[in-house]
Design a protein around this ligand. Structure first.
Ligand code: 5AD
Ligand code: SF4
Length: 456
């Protein structure tokens, strides 16, 4: 019987994609995926370190795995990802039962490290920088019609709150030819949607050539790949968002009408302290020009509440910008001090937790009001969706994703995941739309399951 593995992923899409690669490597080694924690031979925790609650969750999981391992000594536990990279020694100390600890640049060695640990006992391997671009590894994808494609790793910015640059290292861009070749391979296997991933995609290519703008030309090349009908990308940095990128969004039919533009704060004082490199006014100008060029643009954002020194007036400025920007949705975060970042040293300026909690709740109200208004404005429109499956609550209701990246629920007989359909919007809520099926426009063309798509 094949040995089995289970991967738990925390954090961002970059980590989700790394998990797909770890899964791809384990499957290439003959292992099979399982959902049953009790019987798994290998459990991989792919960790995130961007906020503190991620740490707490990891140690909670490791505690649970310890009792599992006491009962099943053959179980191998691997801790991967950003937090492994950052807190390597602490993980070994707090969880000596972890067999393997490996970093974000060691994904390619996952199988070797597990083998070594079986023979020699616990191992830790953390490379500070990647030797090769990790996308050249096989990936086991859960959703065959859509794929993530890494175009860049690391980050050269220095946002005062953010641990990413010190953990993920300097920015490295993947050669455009390699990215396009991967997208072509995916399209040949039936993928119709790709999401280009990087920490700071607007500066993509800065390390390859000084003759820019490479990101907009990459968007054009990827959008031109035969069979690719949807191109998404994340995340941009507002200071680096260039008009050429907006032009490419407007002109390339495959590029979806969705812009994720992290605001972080609406106060110029706080933005300066964060070293974000823009003012609220500049941000809103960029947003306005994006909206002017790309009709029907959905805009989402990230906001941090309670950055050190944030006053009531600073927070009021954030609420104002949020209301003015008219977001379709926003990821809102409580500021979380990360050791090693500049902001974490400003302990005297930390905002009292009850003040932060109260601001957070007020922000949520403004965000939800804006999201609901944006969604209500879509009632009566006909949207193209890609079917993802049936709704969790009701099997007679299908869930599709619109080009704007919204979930749209509609009653229908089963349609295969990956089917294109048109759906009329009939109802709105802050986090989804409801509608009725108008027509099925294209059946899925992916192979029913892409087991391991070796990239190279
Ligand atoms: N505390 C809270 N939120 C943070 N983010 C990054 N670092 C922190 C932190 N220390 C948020 C930012 C970023 C998103 C991915 O996570 O909003 O855009
Ligand atoms: Fe962190 Fe800023 Fe880099 Fe984003 S751009 S990863 S927030 S340092």
């Amino acid at each position: 019987m094949a040995r089995t593995y289970l991967i738990r992923t925390f954090g961002c899409q970059m980590n989700e994609h790394d998990s797909e690669r770890i899964a791809g490597l384990l499957e290439s080694d003959g292992m099979e995926a399982t959902d049953d924690l009790e019987s798994a031979d290998v459990v991989v925790l792919n960790t995130c370190c961007i906020r503190e609650n991620a740490d707490n969750k990891l140690y909670g999981h490791l505690g649970h795995l310890k009792s599992l391992k006491d009962r099943n000594p053959g179980l191998q536990i691997a801790v991967a990802g950003c937090l492994a990279q950052k807190d390597r020694e602490m993980i070994q100390q707090r969880a000596p039962h972890a067999d393997v600890v490996f970093g974000t640049h060691n994904v390619a060695s996952a199988v070797t490290l597990l083998d070594r640990a079986r023979a020699e006992g616990p191992v830790m391997e953390i490379l500070e920088e990647s030797e090769a671009f990790p996308s050249a590894l096989p990936a086991r994808r859960d959703v065959p019609w859509a794929a993530w494609v890494t175009i860049q790793i690391g980050c050269d910015n220095a946002c005062a709150f953010c641990i990413v640059p010190s953990v993920r290292g300097r920015e490295i861009s993947r050669a455009p030819g390699e990215v396009v070749a991967e997208v072509e391979r995916l399209a040949t296997a039936g993928t119709i949607e790709v999401t280009l991933l990087g920490q700071n995609v607007n500066s993509y290519g800065r390390d390859i050539t000084r003759r820019g703008p490479l990101f907009s030309s990459l968007l054009r090349s990827v959008g031109a790949v035969d069979g690719i009908r949807r191109v998404r990308w994340t995340s941009p940095h507002p200071k680096d968002l260039r008009p050429e990128t907006i032009d490419a969004m407007a002109e390339v039919p495959a590029v979806c009408e969705h812009l994720h533009l992290p605001l972080q704060s609406g106060s110029d004082r706080i933005l300066a302290a964060m070293h974000r490199g823009y003012t609220a006014e500049r941000y809103l100008q960029k947003l306005a020009s994006a909206r002017a060029s790309v009709p029907d643009l959905a805009v989402t954002t990230d906001i941090i509440v309670g950055f050190p020194g944030e006053t009531d007036d600073d927070f009021a400025a954030t609420l104002e910008v949020v209301a003015e920007a008219g977001y379709d949705s926003a990821y809102t975060f409580l500021y979380s001090p990360r050791t090693g970042t500049e902001a974490a040293t400003r302990t005297a300026d930390f905002v009292a937790p009850e003040v932060v909690a109260e601001r957070f709740d007020r922000l949520k109200v403004v965000v939800e009001r804006s999201a609901l208004a944006r969604h209500q404005a879509r009632i009566g429109r006909v949207e193209e969706v890609v079917v993802e499956g049936s709704s969790r609550k009701d099997a007679s209701v299908l869930t599709g994703r619109t080009r704007q990246n919204k979930l749209l629920h509609f009653p229908s007989a089963p349609l295969g995941a990956g089917t294109f359909a048109t759906v009329r919007v009939t109802g709105a809520a802050p986090h989804h739309l409801r509608g009725e099926l108008v027509a099925v426009t294209a059946r899925p063309r992916h192979r029913s399951r892409i087991p391991v798509s070796a990239a190279e």
